[in-house]
Every structure is written in structure tokens, then in C-alpha cells.
Design a protein around this ligand. Sequence first.
Ligand code: PLP
Length: 396
Amino acid sequence: MNSKECMELADKTLMHTYNRYPIVWERGQGVYLYDIEGKEYLDFASGIAVFALGYDNKEYNEALKKQIDHIIHISNLYYSMPMAYAADKVTKASGMDKVFFTNSGTEAIEGAIKLAKRYYYDKTGSAEGEIIAMHHSFHGRSTGALAVTGTKKYRQPFGPLMPGISFAEFNHFESVKALITDKTCAIILEPVQGEGGIYPAEQKFLEQIRKLCNEKDIALIFDEIQCGMGRTGTMFACQDYHILPDIMTVAKALGCGVPVGAFLAKGKFADVLVPGDHGTTYGGNPLATAAVCVVFDLFEKEHILENVNQVSDYLWKTLEVVMEHHSDKIIAHRGKGLMQGLEFKEPVNEIIRKAQKEGLILISAGANVIRFVPPLIIQKKHVDTMAEKLEQCLIF
Ligand SMILES: *Cc1c(COP(=O)(O)O)cnc(C)c1O
């Protein structure tokens, strides 16, 4: 079957929820992807900030093969070694006390919301806890996560969604404060907004929110699904700000390709959920948590954070130059670590399609922002190649 036949077969029966690009992938190697016709592409998207370790990492592959030969699934009615190790690793790395494994980011958000509501219910006896979220946030597509996602067009057709949600301006403390009521049980935000256009939180903003949550006994939820797992140069973005949330969500690079997410909680929030409150059939199964274990091991062994810190400065400088060359088209450069964005005056979809022809994979974050989220093993020479190819696409 060639690309065209594959796409025709898929489009016949796959729901049309994505306008897919006309590429059929076959395999990956390091920071390169290959389509079924054998064309090579430099990958600056990592399957949307997932494949941090790069493709075809032998140790990662071996660990998963070994686990498959032992056991893939057992359910949460029992224990397994990978689950125990993974829980230990992710809590230690994040500074949180307890974890619940999910199968995706959106499910991690659902769990975080339930935890915050349950805490409020235990405290007040009222099941009317309300949540403050941010404009331009993205927290997922299930109905709870959608209710706290700050892009109206994603929410609009699917109401009525979970009530009691209000939206504040990101990096504008007074707008958050103005929304606080006696019923506010949680504030949820991404320390670096991803899909909304790559906006890092300001230090002061997070400090003020942390203080407010302490004073009012409100759960502070950090969604680190995209910005966590080394992406910004610390294991979790909040560590760069020296501010810990009460509840944290993680997914994307947590399993580096095996679908797994988690929500974590600290201090008085750690033991709020009790038997019967929450569950999942697959969540934290041996295959998923074996992936989590080997990912944490390889982050250390391959000095991933050091690499992010080295290469991210280089990426920053390189993109500054690209912006200078094309100041007629590019209006802003934002980000942290290996999570950066260039904002254009016009929608970027054409540039992304051109880049694909040049053998470069880019993704957008909102209509006008190109998002740079390469595998975390990227090197300076790859940044140079990316910039050359990108400049080719900008001459028009
Ligand atoms: C991707 C993403 C989600 C949703 O994760 P899924 O695994 O797609 O459900 C939630 N929050 C943020 C910040 C994300 O980037």
C-alpha cells in the first residue's frame, strides 16, 4: 500500500476530527522521522511534546519488550512492581506526595478536579465548589477538562458543561483575585501555556497566586502535561519558579509514547481521595508504568536536563535571528527551555506545509504561532538545520 491508498482507506472510516497532513509515517530514528516512501524529516514536534527521548531508543524499547513478555495488564485491584517503582519515581521527581496514574492528559485533569472538589466537600459539606481557570488555557477534550479550557470555540457546542467555572487573564493577578468567592475550591493553570500560544507565567504572578491559595485554602492545580518532564529545563516547570502546586497533572512525555498520565497531590491534598472515589481500568498498568520507570531512568542516564539547558539557549538565539530576518512577518518570540514559539502576523499553516516539503516537521499553537517542541535529545546542529529549512519557507 502506498501513502495515497493508506490515506484513502483511513479517511473512509476514521471520524473527520482532524485535518491530517498528507504524510504516512513508518519509523523514527533519533530526531528524524521517515515516511513510508522513505523520505527523511527533522522532527521539531515530537508527536506534540511526547517523544522526549527521541525515536528508537534501544534501552526504552528493550524495557517495554521485556515488560510485554512478563505481563501487560492486571487491573488496579492488585499491585505490580512497575507501578510501585513508577509511583516512587514520579513523586520524588515532582516533590509531590501521592500519585494516581491515568491513561491520558485529559483524564489527569478530571482526577485533579475531582480531588479539589472532594477536599472542598470534606471541608464545607457543600458540593458546590467552583474553579477559576485562565483564558487561552488548554486542559483537554473530555467534558470536565473542556469546561476549564479557555478557548470558547472548543467548549461552545458541547454544553451544558460543568458549572461553576470562571476565566481570568493569565499573568494578571487582579483578574484572578476579582473572581474569588467563598465557593472557590481551585485555581488551575499551565505554568507555561502550550496550545494557547506558548505563554510562560511570570514569576510574580505565580507567587501571588500561591500566596492567595494559601490564605484562602484553595487548591492550586498546575497542569504540567506539556511543560513538565524536562521540557523547560527543570524536571517540572514549577521547579524553575520555586513554587509547588497542591495538585499537579502530568502526561505527554511521561511515558514517551506509551499512553500514560498522572495527577499528583501534596500535603493535606495527598490523602483526600479514598476507596470508591476514583478509578480506572487501565490506569497505571504494568506496561504503562514500566514505560514511566525507564523514562525516568533514561532522563538521568542520558543527562536530558543538561542537554535541554544547553540547547535551549542556542534555540533561543537562533530563533531571535530568524525573527530579525523576517520582522515583517514575525511579531513575537516566547517560551522557556525547549518549548518556544514564534508568533506570526498571519496563520502559519502554509509555513508548516512548506516545511514538510523541506523535510521539517513543525506544529502550531493556535493559528498564528509556530511551536518548537523537539525531542529533548536535540543537538545544536539540528537547530541549525531547522533554521535553514525554516528560512527557506519564509522567503515568499
Ligand atoms: C495535551 C494537553 C492536555 C490533554 O492531554 P491529552 O493526553 O491529549 O488528553 C492537557 N493539558 C495540556 C497543558 C496539554 O498540553
